[in-house]
Design a protein around this ligand. Structure first.
Ligand code: B4P
Length: 191
């Protein structure tokens, strides 16, 4: 039986950082839709050319494209043990994921909501802009991404709260501090 964990949270909350560490330490595969899209852009694939302006604006890529990518990734895994990072981001994606996990017999072990105040998010992403030069880490796009998160992704907090799988994690403090909160929250849920 496969297992999955979802990382939910605004841009800059530290989802990617924490998902990567949890995946490495607990034998999961990190599935970051943002990383997959950026890899297509870097390789100049047809999909990459199509999504590049969308990421640069800070908008969301259409659900159908994202779902196709996610299904492809999962199909390539023998026994899925997945940490979803940056997916789902809309109701349509969350509903499709529920169906997919049920079809595959994969159990959702928890949805971690990494919570960080807005001003800190902006500071972190502007810091990353200087360090890594990601094209969507400029102030205008950051504000757009935060607005898109509030409109399209925040409602998923209620969606998962209703199923009882939501765990809110304080994302302030050092990366190690946040990681140990995640471990405590998941302690009894991961195998
Ligand atoms: P993502 O790659 O998911 O980008 P993001 O939301 O900005 O999250 P990211 O992973 O980069 O940030 P994190 O919270 O880890 O998506 C990029 C774009 O792709 C989207 O805007 C959209 O266009 C498209 N896309 C992706 N998935 C999609 C989907 N499902 N549907 C539609 N479109 C989709 O924060 C990391 C930063 O914080 C780092 O700089 C890190 O160093 C710092 N940090 C982490 N922990 C910290 C701590 N404790 N203290 C200080 N700094 C910390």
């Amino acid at each position: 039986m496969g297992e999955a964990v979802i990382f939910l949270g605004p841009p800059g909350a530290g989802k990617g950082t924490q998902a990567k560490r949890l995946a490495a330490e607990r034998g999961y595969r990190q599935l970051s839709t943002g990383d997959i899209l950026r890899s297509h852009i870097a390789r100049g694939t047809e999909l990459g050319q199509k999504v590049r302006p969308i990421l640069d604006r800070g908008d969301l890529v259409p659900d159908e494209l994202i779902l196709e990518l996610v299904k492809e990734e999962i199909a390539a895994m023998p026994t899925p043990r997945i940490i979803f990072d940056g997916f789902p981001r809309t109701y349509a994606q969350a509903e499709a994921l529920d169906r997919l996990l049920e079809e595959l017999g994969v159990e959702l072990r928890g949805v971690l909501l990494v919570d960080v105040p807005r001003e800190e998010l902006i500071q972190r992403l502007l810091g990353r802009a200087q360090a890594e030069g990601r094209s969507d880490d400029n102030e205008e796009t950051i504000r757009k991404r935060l607005a898109v998160y509030a409109e399209k992704t925040q409602p998923l907090v209620d969606y998962y709260a209703r199923t009882g799988s939501l765990k809110a994690i304080d994302g302030l403090g050092s990366m190690d501090e946040v990681y140990s909160r995640i471990q405590s929250a998941l302690n009894h849920d991961l195998h």
